[in-house]
Ligand binder design. Sequence first.
Ligand code: F6R
Length: 241
Amino acid sequence: MRIIKVSDYKQMSQRAAEHVIGKVRSSDCVTIGLATGGTPEGLYKELIEDHQMNGTSYRCVKSFNLDEYIGLSKEDTNSYFQYMCSNLFSHIDISLDHTYIPSGMADDIQKECDRYENLIEEAGGIDLQILGIGANGHIGFNEPGTSFHSGTHTVELTASTREANARYFSSLDEVPRQAVTMGISTIMKSREILLLVSGKSKQEAMKKLVENEVSEQFPASILKNHPNVTIIADSEALELI
Ligand code: F6R
């Protein structure tokens, strides 16, 4: 794992954007894995600005999101589909037909998980996966204890993850209890991974990631076994290291 230390959230977002833009410009048809949450919002802003100023085109780019809440329709303002439209897709020239997010409304969720996993494979896998990290070490919605062999699957969200995400909802009660997420093995099959980490709330996670052994109790630790991981972390997140 290569760690790039930057001063703050803005710089983290800019460095990440340079990386993504370089990848998109280097080949016509890149497949990118996308994350939601607070961490990549700045990155998406930078990508939009670059698209508007420099014309970087996403016409041929495919994207696969890490996860989606179970029970929220595409129209729900808190669905990750809506998050992606308002934070990125509506502002660049990506074709919505090339963007994939698991459905949290499928009648047969297991079938949906298998379909999603197959879609990623059929697309030739993910070239660059963008990740954030939960305070408990989750990546995607793979909570502590998730098997490293897991493919796309459903999860029960932990209380701490629901609390952390409650800021987007009007009350904690409204935060869904389950989600569909790419599994650890799905994420690990990506050819390259870019993990973004910012702020005090991620200090402990960052320390554990660097210092602890690889363990299913701390899902992000598996990234140590991937040959091409870059972490862009700001000084607050790196304060305990
Ligand atoms: C989001 C995701 C999660 C987040 C993590 C950090 O698609 O898969 O793993 O990356 O919960 O969230 P933030 O960035 O809001 O701190």
